[in-house]
Design a protein around this ligand. Structure first.
Ligand SMILES: C=C(O[C@@H]1C=C(C(=O)O)C=C[C@H]1O)C(=O)O
Length: 262
């Protein structure tokens, strides 16, 4: 089994090698930033991947979601931010990180649906200092959080406008891989879920940096009905903006029968 792993601090709770959970499967981890994992996943170079929620939405007929797991946030996420020299409403040009898919689309929803303006979107390459406004995610967002006068947290804006959590990433499997490897897939799902529980129960064993602990504790790793509502709303905005061809449906891996005890 080839597993696509997002190489950010925020995937640490799922790290079953760290927490000592043994999934009893043969696997290799392929690490990268979200955009790399998304494309390895759609090329079937990985069988199971932690991918951008928007990438699931673009390919929902081919993928299945692992239940109960995500990276989400109920208010501030802290690592999906717009850094700017001017207030948000005055931004005309914004440079978007190439590491993301969901947050790039969320930026468009925020500007175009919530604030009714279409800035010039450009690709972020090189130096932040020369750019008046940038979208950063993941570890570089944490690193450069204070780099500019204004900082806007995209998940906080979403929460203020919708009252919902925002779902950034989902664990997904290719439907046809799942059909041929049901038991291994469910074993991985269980290992990720157990790892997350052990990690937060015993967080001091795995991390000493209090800022990192605080960052991870503030994130939300669940996938409830409310999260699905939020994904649906995001999907309908993306459809309205012409980013998605159709409104996505949400299909899940069936985990109940496989491990009997769940
Ligand atoms: C919360 C985050 O969510 C990330 C954002 C993603 C995206 O924008 O496509 C994908 C995966 C997540 O790791 C983050 O990494 O800061």
């Amino acid at each position: 089994m080839k597993i696509g792993w997002i190489d950010y601090l925020n995937t640490m709770p799922f790290d079953f090698e760290l927490t000592g959970v043994k999934p009893d499967i043969n696997y290799t981890l392929i690490r990268g930033v979200p955009s790399q994992i998304n494309s390895l996943f759609s090329q079937k170079k990985v069988d199971i991947g932690f991918i951008s929620s928007a990438h699931y939405m673009e390919n929902f007929n081919q993928y299945l979601i692992f239940p109960e797991l995500s990276i989400s946030s109920y208010n501030k996420v802290k690592s999906v931010i717009i850094l700017s020299d001017s207030p948000l409403k005055e931004i005309d040009t914004i440079y978007l990180t190439g590491e993301s898919k969901t947050s790039r689309y969320l930026t468009k929803v925020i500007f175009e649906k919530f604030f009714g303006k279409v800035p010039d979107y450009r690709e972020l390459n090189g130096n932040l200092e020369e750019k008046k406004a940038v979208l950063l995610i993941g570890d570089s967002a944490i690193k450069y959080a204070d780099a500019k006068k204004y900082r806007y947290d995209l998940s906080q804006i979403w929460a203020e406008k919708t009252g919902l959590p925002f779902v950034f990433a989902l664990w997904c499997v290719h439907r046809n891989y799942y059909e041929r490897h049901i038991s291994e897939t469910v074993k991985l799902w269980k290992a990720l879920k157990d790892s997350k529980e052990i990690f937060f129960k015993e967080i001091d064993r795995f991390l000493t940096d209090s800022r990192k602990i605080e960052y991870l504790k503030n994130l939300d790793y669940c996938l409830t009905q409310e999260h699905i509502e939020s994904l649906k709303l995001f999907g309908s905005y993306l459809k309205e903006l012409g980013i998605l061809k159709e409104e996505p449906q949400f299909h899940f891996v069936e985990v109940k029968d496989e491990l009997g005890q769940i």
